[in-house]
Design a protein around this ligand. Structure first.
Ligand code: NDP
Length: 391
């Protein structure tokens, strides 16, 4: 029995609330809060399970503290935007409440993708006796847990990790993103980066690509990008020689993105327009389909997993751990496409691990630092079954 405050009522927030409501023995009291309270009310009314709703400005620590003092949660689950992470963590510190998120803090004026802002909270969280779990989505999140599981059960030493993320879904729009367009485009247009022999190597955006044959999907072109889980995995996987992250993009998506970039629509600096300051990427977000609305039209599957190479009992070994998720099945269950689903389910499971005491310890943690087994078991139970194959 526990009380959870969920902040953010977008695509991922919708899934988290519905999945928490399916486990009332753990999440007995749920409050969904966001900037636009009508979005919370719409979801809560549709679920009809006594979920409370509230308005909050999560950029304002004092406002989050006010809401925490009113609702008195055991845990705050942050699925607003990465810009709010620090304000919500500060509110958790002030009130002594556990914290969980799915994306690392980003300063709004710089796409940095680093844990450098959140890791320094470790000492403060330890002193306050509270826990902060960072990146409990799919990637980051489940991909970190897959690596920890491989480390525990399959390898004496892991040498190479390739995280491979395919969305073979079709939403029927000429161009749309599967999660918040601003965050998604900041990530995709950034320089690529991978870690090798103790150093970060930088590449031009989406300049390195190859073909990968996905189970149930078939061959797709995958593109090397930077992704935040590599920062913690490079630190926490002993003996690692290289880690890279790859994602699929269709030719259509890349052509649209190239045009938008070339005309300046993906810029994140303010532009003067008719006496007003406009940030082109934020304006573009207002024009693009809301990812939360893509559920009914999206068909096809996602496949996200890790190809891991290392040594066991003196012999070289390579495995592939992955999950396949079907957009239409997700929509039938929680009125969402698979990208929000694959993020929202691990967020719920991470919260369950903390609230049941399975993962409870003071300080700031990335997912691979905790015992992967109970989390892996819950993935099978709550809609994200996984497969391990030896290559
Ligand atoms: P959405 O844009 O759909 O939803 C964000 C929600 O946060 C909206 O309800 C928005 O309110 C609310 N919000 C924004 N600013 C504030 C604020 N200042 N105070 C209160 N509420 C606020 O995003 P998604 O649901 O697609 O993504 C949510 C998070 O999940 C993001 O951080 C994203 O990076 C992360 N993510 C993680 C993944 C993973 O695998 N780890 C994968 C996909 C996403 P409003 O409705 O008013 O705009």
């Amino acid at each position: 029995m526990s009380r959870i405050l969920i902040i953010g009522a977008g695509g991922v927030g919708n899934v988290v609330v519905r999945k928490c409501a399916q486990v009332p023995e753990v999440f007995s009291d749920i409050c969904l809060a966001s900037r636009t309270v009508s979005k919370c009310e719409e979801i809560a009314t549709d679920i009809d399970a006594g979920i409370r709703t509230a308005q909050v400005d999560a950029d304002d620590t004092a406002d989050v503290v006010r809401l925490i003092n009113e609702f008195k949660p055991d845990l705050v689950l942050n699925v607003a935007l990465p810009y709010q992470d620090l304000a919500i963590m500060d509110a958790c510190l002030e009130t002594g409440v556990d914290y969980l998120d799915t994306a690392n803090y980003e300063p709004p004026d710089e796409a940095r993708f680093s844990y450098e802002y959140q890791w320094p909270y470790d000492g403060k969280f330890k002193n306050a006796g509270i826990m902060g779990l960072l990146g409990s989505g799919f990637d980051p999140g489940v991909t970190n847990v897959f690596c920890a599981y491989a480390q525990k059960h399959h390898f004496d030493e892991i040498h190479y990790v390739d995280i491979v993320d395919a969305n073979a879904g079709d939403h029927g729009h000429p161009f749309a993103t599967n999660f918040n367009p601003e965050i998604n485009i900041r990530e995709v247009t950034a320089n690529g980066r991978y870690w090798e022999e103790g150093e970060w190597k930088e590449t031009d955006p989406l300049s390195i690509h190859e073909t990968f044959d996905f189970p149930e999907i078939g061959p797709k072109e995958i593109y090397l990008m930077y992704h935040e889980e590599m920062e913690s995995l490079a630190k926490n996987l002993k003996g690692l020689k290289r880690i890279r992250f790859w994602m699929t993009f269709s030719e259509n998506y890349l052509t649209h993105l190239r045009v938008l970039e070339n005309v300046g629509m993906t810029r994140i600096d303010p532009v003067e327009y008719e006496g007003q300051k406009v940030i082109p990427l934020q304006f573009l977000k207002a024009l693009l389909p809301d990812p939360g609305s893509l559920g009914p039209s999206t068909k096809g599957k996602t496949c996200i997993g890790c190809v891991i190479d290392g040594v066991k009992d003196g012999k070289q070994k390579k495995i592939y751990i992955y999950n396949i998720c079907d957009h239409e099945e997700c929509y039938r269950e929680v009125k969402s496409q698979a990208i929000s689903y694959t993020t929202g389910v691990p967020a719920m499971i991470g919260a369950m691990m903390m609230l049941t005491g399975t993962w409870k310890q003071p300080g700031i943690y990335n997912m691979e630092q905790l015992d992967p087994d109970p989390f892996m078991d819950k993935l099978n139970v709550h809609g994200l079954p996984w497969t391990v194959t030896e290559l």
